[in-house]
Ligand binder design. Structure first.
Ligand code: IVH
Length: 688
């Protein structure tokens, strides 16, 4: 069995790291099955890091949030060569010229942090908001490029290695073809597909999706070298997939040569790259250059201009979104572009259509930026058919027939029938239930649509009138889903006022605005009577937001919804809650199970807020096991053995009660509000 494990690991390495497989898939699978069979017969001899363990089958219910040891930063990026020159000049000015650069490709996937302890993969965490991410270890273990156990020796006892997980074009095309066949919407690009796959709850599906990875940043004590390039070369020997397309450069000219070379050659690569990352090689120099809040000052990304393709515009659809905004979407003759087939593209708005004078039948240029859907950037006028006519923007909502309006100063058309236009209703309710708003499990877009189509809900207040038998009787749902949804709705009654306000979906009132408003006005009653002027006194609330709030609250139907939500028991006042303190300092907690009044994340936040520590596992150092319903058996028994006292939610809340109060809206969800993931759009960030 050990020999098979070693042999299969070697084949993985040959395939993923060296790109030089020495056996075919069939033979590989045969050996894997043989090992599986042996492990089935002799589980006592099974190696926990066996390649068979990659194909997990346990469902992950939710991903644990894990704080990164050091934040996962982003990179300053630019499309301008001049700015690369400026970057170099600045580095030289600050540290002289005794250093080198490493140029790497910028892989277009999703960032991952891997932890290895004694040569074994113990944890894989997504970037998340940079501070904390999702623990996706079970999924990452299925990615064959990632070693479960390292080769060779000389690696630190514990270290972290970061890199990118991506979906090669072949996997992506296969996946979308399969989805097409079963009528599921295709993924827009390999990056989304990779990110989506990593968040799947079933590792067995992840295993089939053909993800791959390149690692590019090792961190920890006791690394073999004090420079990046040398360390990467070494970790390849330990079994890590390190891209062969990297180069040590000693001059700005060498950097530009690397960029030029890959701007062309990237088109032949079997995966997406969207640029080149230029990093200072020596750790000592990096330290001297330091970092800004968001990105290191020793690295910069040069982004390639998006590739364009020419194709024919077949027709235009008009889509109505949650806010009533109408988006024109182009249907195109399918055309290959940057590794995928493009069939649809955004036309943005009426002004853009008029500006480019885009007409059905035209040959148009399509570009793929980092956006979900590609965009049309121009028309090939020389190929315009003679009979073509200017494209007319629709005047009525395609969903409900209401005449569209255009708000002054805005480019978009809106359907003003907010309360009765179907996609707006479903969109608004989905927003209400979403994680950052009321966080009601089991009520995603599909279920909301189903409930709406079944005429059970028309607005978010209707959710709280749902009865078990109404939900359980619907197709695809059942007793269990009904139970989940009702529990989720019940729990949502503890969601703080600021998030309830955000959940209402008032135009322009995002998370931060809702927080500021909640902190300033403290209750819905105060907000309802506030004038535009009073509203604009709130931090970061300007005239447009104030107008939108007043308009929302002047509408009687909106008020009726608020009244019903209030009657259902939702929080419409900022609770006096407990502020930060040191009462838990020196204490460490393990949380297990589910709780009545708070989510596990909220309890963790409380613990940190009061100076305590969260631990993942019960040990001799654990002060308390905070145990809710269905707390894990192993945790309970371990706590019993080690005499770790159990604590109920109520007992815990008593421990932290009675210290200086701060507004609730600012506390419980503050960590989350700050953790809005920075959009990974190709926006041009100024260089420092
Ligand atoms: S280094 C502190 N190297 O780009 C710098 N990042 O915009 C850490 N990325 O979040 C990043 N290829 O997901 C680095 N060769 C490469 C990369 C790379 C892709 C991604 C990474 C990061 C993002 C920053």
């Amino acid at each position: 069995m050990e020999a098979l494990v070693r042999e299969l690991d070697q084949h993985n390495y040959n395939y993923y790291v060296l790109s030089a497989p020495t056996i075919g898939d069939f033979e590989y699978d045969a050996k894997l099955r043989e090992l599986e069979e042996l492990e089935r017969r002799h589980p006592e001899w099974a190696n926990p890091a066996s390649p068979t363990r990659r194909v997990g089958s346990d469902l992950t219910k939710e991903f644990k949030q894990v704080r990164h040891r050091t934040p996962m930063l982003s990179l300053a990026n630019t499309y301008s060569r001049d700015e690369i020159g400026e970057f170099h000049d600045r580095v030289v000015k600050e540290v002289g010229d005794g250093f080198s650069y490493v140029c790497e490709l910028k892989f277009d996937g999703t960032a991952i942090s891997l932890t290895y302890e004694n040569g074994v993969l113990t944890r894989a965490v997504t970037r998340g908001d940079g501070e904390k991410g999702d623990d996706v270890t079970t999924n990452v273990r299925t990615i064959r490029a990632i070693p479960l156990k390292l080769f060779g020796s000389g690696f630190p006892a514990s270290f972290e290695i970061r890199g990118e997980i991506f979906m090669p074009h072949s996997s992506f095309n296969r996946l979308n073809a399969e989805r097409d066949e079963i009528g599921e919407p295709p993924f827009a690009n390999p990056r989304n597909a990779a990110a989506g796959t990593l968040k799947l709850q079933n590792p067995a599906i992840v295993a089939q999706r053909g993800l791959n990875s390149f690692l590019y940043d090792i961190q920890g004590e006791g690394l073999p070298f004090v420079s990046h390039y040398e360390n990467l070369e070494r970790v390849r020997k330990w079994g890590f997939p390190v891209s062969p397309h990297m180069e040590k450069c000693h001059s700005i000219d060498a950097i530009f040569r690397f960029i030029d070379q890959w701007d062309t050659e990237r088109k032949k690569l079997p995966f997406d790259t969207d640029g080149v990352v230029i990093k200072v090689n020596e750790y000592g120099i990096r330290k001297r250059l330091g970092m800004t809040a968001k990105a290191p000052r020793w690295a910069v990304a040069y982004k390639f201009k998006a590739e364009a393709a020419l194709t024919r515009l077949r027709s235009v659809d008009f889509q109505v979104g949650r806010t009533g905004a109408v988006t024109p979407v182009a249907n195109l003759d399918p055309v290959p572009l940057a590794g995928t087939t493009v069939k649809r593209a955004s036309l943005h708005n009426a002004d853009q259509i008029a500006l480019l004078d885009i007409r059905v039948g035209d040959r148009v240029y399509v570009e793929k930026g980092g956006e979900i859907i590609p965009k049309i950037t121009g028309v090939e006028l020389s190929e315009r058919p003679e009979e073509s006519v200017p494209l007319r923007f629709i005047e009525k909502c395609p969903e409900c027939g209401t005449p569209l309006i255009k708000i002054e100063g805005e480019a978009r058309h809106y359907c003003p029938n907010a309360l009765h236009c179907p996609p707006q209703i479903v969109g608004r309710i989905t927003h209400f239930t979403s994680r950052k708003a009321m966080n009601i499990e089991g009520l995603g877009e599909e279920t909301v649509q189903l409930l709406y189509d079944s005429r059970l809900i028309d607005d978010c207040a209707d959710l709280y009138d749902l009865r078990r038998e109404q939900i359980a009787g619907l197709p695809r749902l059942g007793e269990k889903s009904a139970e989940n949804i009702l529990t989720g709705l019940e729990n949502s009654k503890n969601v703080p006022f600021s998030r309830v306000l955000f959940a209402l979906g008032i135009r322009y009132v995002g998370e931060t605005t809702a927080k500021n408003l909640a902190a300033h006005f403290r209750s819905i009653d105060a907000l309802l009577v506030a004038t535009e002027g009073e509203l604009s006194d709130t931090e970061e609330v300007g005239g447009i937001i104030a107008k939108s709030l007043v308009a929302h609250f002047q509408n009687r139907e909106n008020i009726a919804i608020i009244d019903r939500l209030r009657a259902a028991g939702l929080q419409f006042e900022a609770r006096e809650a407990i502020g930060g303190s040191n009462v838990l300092s020196g204490l460490s907690f393990v949380i297990s199970g589910t709780f009545h009044n708070h989510s596990r994340d909220e309890l963790k936040d409380f613990i940190e807020l009061h100076g305590g520590k969260n631990l993942a596992a019960v040990s001799g150092n654990t002060s308390y096991l905070l145990a809710g319903e269905k707390a894990g058996d192993s945790k309970l028994s371990k706590a019993g053995k080690l005499n770790v006292p159990l604590l109920s939610e109520e007992e815990f809340m008593k421990m932290i009660a009675g210290v200086e109060p701060v507004p609730a809206g600012e506390m419980v969800d503050s960590a989350e509000a700050e953790s809005v993931p920075a959009p990974e759009k190709p926006k041009q960030t100024a260089l420092f």
